[in-house]
Design a protein around this ligand. Structure first.
Ligand code: ADP
Length: 411
């Protein structure tokens, strides 16, 4: 059984084709600049040539057609015909109040997704374009939607209700939803299995630190709180997003800049976060280098003269991550395991060390040498005597989507 996993954005479409017997990737790639001009990167895992070239991609339909052509071609292919794709799993960013788990896509699911556009106007239309393009190209292949929000449906009312007029929840579905659910679910499940914590009321905090970042408090395998809200702007500061700030800033910045609400939201979404502070980069590799940290170990060279704002942007980021972890210790009533994952969490010994050094007061200690090791697979960086286990676990959101898809089509 092969499952094609699709992650459609407004001008991009990432894909991975999985062989689900072995859970291995047969091919993966990315269509970029859809609707602008078009570029396709395709990488088969069977030793055949990779493809990396400009091709016209006016809409998502042409992008899917190009992906299928590459997957089945003599020169770049990994399957001999379309009939070898047994199902398609789609990443869907927002499931609103209706979806508590993944769903086999039918007309009703499409209608509910359409209704979720008001909650995620930038993301859902792109997800729908990906779904419709696949339905057109593969009308008889089952399609499944896997929601970023679903894992957080167990968050209790007191944690998801905003302290604003209740009618906005009742009439407009405004509440905390949370995102990165597939990632928080995947890494917390691995930790529970690895440490034999099944059914033991485990208290876990998962830190998904990437371009977009969020934390989740996971009690006995279930999300009970998370930092992102009705949109992915809330929570810890990110590459370009401000995270939680005084909401009056929207008014204040609009007055300073003479900008509309939409333009001010653009500043908070695209020009803020660590980029906003240091003014140069949202990429933690660049920022750490500018702050004088070694790219492999994260140790700071004492003879270096660190860029002040680069260092400050890292300090703000790490402080906020640690502060939210502290608050989730309250939510969970303690802490057994702290997990770092995603681009920064998996690859930045610097960020892990800085965050954990702020948590020594609650008994979190990491082993400096183990922490300076490159991950790749599960890495236990706990120092002997630490009250809390600290794990680095590579996430795999595409595999979660492929597994959910298999489960739903097998029912
Ligand atoms: P996305 O949210 O796009 O999925 P990722 O989880 O891939 O993001 O994370 C991307 C980010 O990870 C990059 O912007 C970069 O800041 C960070 N990153 C990747 N490798 C390293 C590294 N070696 N050291 C520090 N940060 C890294």
């Amino acid at each position: 059984m092969n499952v094609l996993v699709i992650n459609a954005g407004s001008s991009s479409l990432k894909y991975q084709l999985f062989n689900m017997q072995t859970e291995t990737i047969l091919a993966k790639g990315n269509c970029d600049r859809i609707g602008i001009d078009g570029h396709l990167k395709h990488k088969p895992s069977n030793g055949k040539n990779a493809f990396d070239s400009d091709i016209p991609l006016p809409t998502h339909a042409e992008a899917i057609a190009a992906v299928i052509e590459k997957l089945t071609s003599d020169d770049y292919g990994v399957i001999s015909s379309l009939s070898e794709i047994n199902a398609v799993g789609h990443r869907a960013v927002h499931g609103g109040r209706k979806f508590f788990g993944s769903a086999l896509i039918d007309d009703e699911v499409i209608d509910i997704l359409e209704d979720c556009i008001r909650l995620a106007p930038l993301h859902i239309p792109a997800n729908l374009m990906g779904i419709r393009a696949c339905q057109k190209a593969m009308p008889n292949v089952p399609q499944v939607a896997v929601f970023d929000t679903a894992f957080h449906h167990t968050i209790p009312e007191h944690a998801y209700i905003y302290p604003i007029p209740y009618k906005y929840y009742e009439n407009n579905d405004i509440r905390r939803y949370g995102f990165h659910g597939t990632s928080h679910r995947f890494v917390s499940a691995i930790a529970i299995e690895h440490l034999g914590l099944e059914g033991k009321n485990s208290k876990i905090i998962t830190c998904h630190l990437g371009n977009g970042s969020s934390l989740a408090a996971v009690l006995d395998g279930k999300s009970i709180d998370t930092t992102m809200g009705v949109t992915p702007l809330e929570g810890i500061p990110m590459g370009t997003r401000c995270g939680s700030v005084d909401p009056s800033l929207i008014d204040v910045i609009s007055s300073i800049e003479g900008t509309s609400i939409k333009e001010t939201m653009d500043i908070l979404n695209k020009k803020s976060g660590v980029l906003g502070i240091n003014g140069k980069s949202s990429d933690f590799r660049d920022i750490e280098l500018a702050a004088g940290a070694d790219a492999d170990t994260g140790f700071v060279d004492s003879s270096a003269t660190p860029d002040k704002l680069a260092k400050l942007s890292l300090d703000v980021f790490c402080y906020q991550v640690a502060k939210f972890i502290g608050s989730y210790v309250v939510s969970l009533g303690g802490l057994d395991v702290l997990i770092f994952t995603a681009g920064i969490g998996e690859n930045s010994p610097y960020v892990r060390r800085e965050v954990c050094s702020l948590l020594e007061g609650i008994g979190v200690y990491i082993d400096e040498q183990k922490n300076a090791t490159r991950a790749g697979s599960l890495l236990d960086v706990t120092k002997d005597g630490s009250k809390v286990k600290v794990l680095v676990i590579p996430t795999n959101e595409e595999l979660v989507i492929a597994r959910d898809t298999m489960e739903l089509i097998s029912k």
